[in-house]
Design a protein around this ligand. Sequence first.
Ligand code: MG
Length: 161
Amino acid sequence: MRIGLGYDLHRLKAGRPLFLGGVRVPSPKGLLGHSDGDAVIHAVIDALLGAAGEGDIGRLFPDTDPAYQNIRSTELLRTVVRTLRRKGLRPDHVDAVVVAEEPKLGPHFEAMKDVLAPILGLSRDRLGLKAKTNEGLGDIGRGRAIACFAVATLRKIPKRR
Ligand code: MG
């Protein structure tokens, strides 16, 4: 079995749209980033790449490359799933914990699954999404950043004969 771990954190800035899990979440602040700043997808990508032995998101999509400026992270995730497929691998299970003081994310998880499960080729019960606050502590607790942890397992795509 192959397992990968991913982590990401982005700063929040007033007036930016907030994208998490491929969904635009209503919020007065959004995540800063070269792409759309979607820390959930970035953590999932790093978990998938780690499990595949393919390095990390920065190696695949350098933030110095203008091609990825303001790109939706869902597009990056599609590319990663294609990269896995070329190696004969596919996602088997993904689980993520988002650490955010606000907004409340629970009500948005179903919409995130609507977006992410088809890209990952997973049934909804193989995609876990959970949210925690940071209990008001540190930069996340003060609403200056959102972080996400993710794990992924991969399975081999059976060879056709
Ligand atoms: Mg990131």
